[in-house]
Design a protein around this ligand. Structure first.
Ligand code: URA
Length: 242
């Protein structure tokens, strides 16, 4: 969001009067001093600004040599209040061209898998990758590329505050869990990334090559759905943070 527009919003809800007057107060504390409805609007404005700043950072990133060969950075897609976060490996050729994760053949299968448990990138699941730039020829990410890029994903997680994460494929799972264990050993159990529950399943590109494994992926999705249902038990939810 352009700063002038943000300022207009802040002006409209009176935040500019709080911040300068309260010498030494952080924006967060100034917001917490607002009446609840205004504080909620102010939070939303701050969130939107933080997402926008992060997106700009990613699209302009030159921290690793992949920026020299990519068409564009691929940030992420989905509602910013989604309870679910799906994490893949890195953009492929189609994603690099279109600037959105999982839009090629593997993406179409991923969408179908997610739909089977009631998830849709337009309404209740956010989708991102460990790497925001395409490795040439779709080779595996190098450790230094992951090290450079992971903080962007960590910030996305901080802003999104998902209730559950689904890592698709070995590369995403191993990097998020900091392990060399094979994917077959990581699936079927509940992990954590920080405080957030994390479930692991096969990458849709692998499932396209090995359709016999789709049954196991379906077990993983049902497992993840059960975990989510237990986490949200008793609350009516549309799949997004209230
Ligand atoms: N594979 C991934 O891991 N991510 C994408 O965005 C596309 C293909």
């Amino acid at each position: 969001m352009p700063p002038e527009r943000r300022q207009q919003y802040l002006d409209a809800i009176g935040i500019d009067r709080w911040v300068p007057r309260a010498v030494g107060l952080s924006a967060a504390r100034a917001v917490s001093a607002l009446p609840a409805p205004l504080a909620a609007v102010a939070d939303a404005v701050q969130d939107a600004a933080a997402w926008e700043a992060l997106r700009t950072q990613v699209l302009q990133c030159t921290k690793c040599p992949l920026h020299l060969t990519r068409t564009q950075g691929v940030f992420g897609v989905g509602p910013k209040r989604a309870d679910w976060l799906v994490i893949g490996e890195a953009p492929g050729a189609e994603e690099d061209r279109r600037g959105e994760p999982f839009v090629g053949a593997a993406g179409q299968l991923l969408d179908a898998m997610l739909r089977a448990i009631g998830l849709d990138r337009a309404t209740n699941v956010y989708i991102a990758n460990v790497l925001k730039s395409r490795p040439p020829g779709n080779r595996d990410p190098k450790p230094e590329e992951v090290a450079a890029c992971l903080p962007y994903l960590e910030r996305q997680i901080e802003l999104l505050r998902p209730k559950i994460m689904l890592a698709v494929g070995r590369i995403a799972a191993q990097n998020l869990l900091a392990t060399d264990a094979p994917l077959g050993r990581l699936r079927g159990q509940l992990h954590r990334f920080g405080d957030t529950p994390l479930v692991v399943t096969y990458h849709p590109a692998y499932l396209l090559r090995t359709p016999a494994e789709k049954r196991k992926a379906w077990e993983d999705l049902k497992f993840a759905r059960t975990v989510y249902q237990q986490l949200t038990q008793g609350s009516v939810t549309d799949g997004n943070r209230a």
